[in-house]
Design a protein around this ligand. Structure first.
Ligand SMILES: [Ca+2]
Ligand SMILES: [Ca+2]
Length: 219
């Protein structure tokens, strides 16, 4: 009876040990945040590179890839997690290459180690319609015991869409958008030349209300 009790405790300890282990492995991650979001053409926005780890990380580095036909990176900023930042001690290392869609030279470190937070913030602009992956590559992170540590990578994507009132999707809200509405005047989804984008307010008919919506958003 006593042996059975000990066996039970032993089995329980084994089970929790393996649980802890798998939890630790899965919870150390670096992540593109947001994982997916829609943004408007010609708008600027931030993408964060965040991380979390069951052991304090002393340092991290990575590169970031994106589709330069859809996104351009404007600037990279230090996150709130680590103390030291490549942009502060070696700004010449940070390279934003909007021809090839890659950001290089990002690293950060803290002597006492950090568990989680924002590694870097990237300011992008959407330059064309479509979806771009944002991929983390050449990720290296280290804690007190291991360099590198195993770390799961979660990439993200941004889809660039246009405002409904940018009828011709050229990034400007002007008289050209009004002309398209005029070309489809009083048409409905049953009309042979129905053009959904001309129905800016999405009420099933192209009329003066659509003109007003465009006019309210003129550049
Ligand atoms: Ca337009
Ligand atoms: Ca309408």
């Amino acid at each position: 009876m006593k042996n059975a009790g000990i066996m039970l405790i032993f089995a329980f300890m084994l089970a929790t040990a393996s649980l802890n282990f798998s939890f630790a492995e899965e919870s150390r991650m670096i992540r593109v945040s947001p994982s997916y979001e829609q943004r408007y053409l010609n708008s600027t926005f931030f993408v964060n590179i965040t991380f979390s780890s069951p052991t304090p990380l002393l340092a991290m580095q990575c590169e970031i890839k994106y589709n330069p036909d859809i996104l351009h990176a404007i600037e990279v900023y230090k996150g709130n997690a680590f103390e030291g930042w490549s942009g502060d001690i070696a700004p010449w290392l940070i390279e934003i290459d909007n021809e090839n869609g890659v950001i290089k030279g990002l690293f950060a470190y803290s002597p006492q180690g950090v568990y989680e937070g924002v590694f870097a913030r990237i300011n992008f602009i959407g330059v064309a319609m479509g979806e771009s992956n944002i991929e983390l590559t050449n990720v290296i992170a280290g804690d007190e015991n291991d360099i590198p540590v195993n770390i799961a990578i979660y990439n993200g994507s941004i889809e660039i869409v246009s405002y409904p009132w940018d009828v011709n999707m050229d990034g400007s809200i002007d008289v050209l958008d009004m002309i398209i509405i005029a070309q489809h005047w009083m048409e409905t989804p049953e009309s042979p030349n129905w053009y959904e984008r001309a129905d800016v307010n999405n009420d099933g008919i192209v009329n003066v209300l659509d003109l007003i919506t465009v006019g309210q958003h003129f550049d």
